[in-house]
Design a protein around this ligand. Structure first.
Ligand SMILES: NC(=O)c1ccc[n+]([C@@H]2O[C@H](COP(=O)([O-])OP(=O)(O)OC[C@H]3O[C@@H](n4cnc5c(N)ncnc54)[C@H](OP(=O)(O)O)[C@@H]3O)[C@@H](O)[C@H]2O)c1
Length: 170
């Protein structure tokens, strides 16, 4: 676990940083909290109590400074869902929060998936690609629960894995 401060040995709870964790990843955040994680959720709006950090990624330097100061040291799990072009700017700035044992899960929409190294903003991350699902009137958006389940499953994939939620791009 990160820096030996948490998880292993059970001295402290595991810690997760979920960028975009007040939106469609809210169900995943709830599961992580239920599993005992301390979950940090930066966003602009109201995120409630417990781990919410007020920060706006459209000012990447300020965002990273606020989040890094708040979180302090590498987390056990880092989930990155952020809009382009900002995600490519915040990812390297948040490197101090990624240690050798940090499990990194990046989430992108299928329209952005190119199946090249450029899909990732953090080398070796598990990449979750969001497609569509079959609905009663054709295809539909994935639900927040489906997206969150895919993100949580990806934690257990090997580094560098690509996981599709819903339809894979053709
Ligand atoms: N293939 C698919 O099925 C698919 C793919 C992508 C999206 N979607 C759907 O599209 C909907 C909209 O997607 P979305 O991108 O708006 O995702 P979202 O997860 O609903 O919201 C974006 C998340 O990022 C945060 N955020 C947004 N702008 C921010 C900023 N400038 N700084 C910091 N945090 C910021 C939001 O919190 P704040 O607003 O509080 O800042 C929220 O936590 C989702 O509900 C999802 O269901 C579906």
């Amino acid at each position: 676990m990160s820096e030996g401060r948490s998880g292993a040995g059970g001295r402290m709870s595991r810690r997760a940083l979920v960028i975009g964790g007040t939106g469609m990843l809210s169900p995943a955040v709830q599961v992580l909290a239920d599993e005992g994680y301390e979950v940090f959720r930066p966003s602009r709006g109201q995120g409630g109590t417990g781990g919410w950090i007020k920060a706006d990624w459209t000012d990447p330097s300020r965002f990273a400074r606020i989040v890094t100061q708040h979180v302090g040291h590498p987390v056990d799990l880092f989930v990155l869902w952020a809009h382009r072009p900002y995600r490519a700017e915040i990812a390297p700035l948040l490197r101090p929060l990624v240690g050798p044992a940090t499990v990194v899960v990046e989430v992108i929409g299928s329209a952005q998936f190119r199946d090249t190294g450029e899909d990732r903003d953090i080398a070796g991350s598990r990449l979750v690609v969001l497609g569509r699902a079959a609905g009663t009137h054709g295809e539909r958006w994935l639900t927040h629960a489906e997206i969150s389940e895919g993100v949580l499953d990806a934690r257990h994939a090997p580094p560098g894995a690509v996981r599709f939620v819903g339809t894979a791009p053709v």
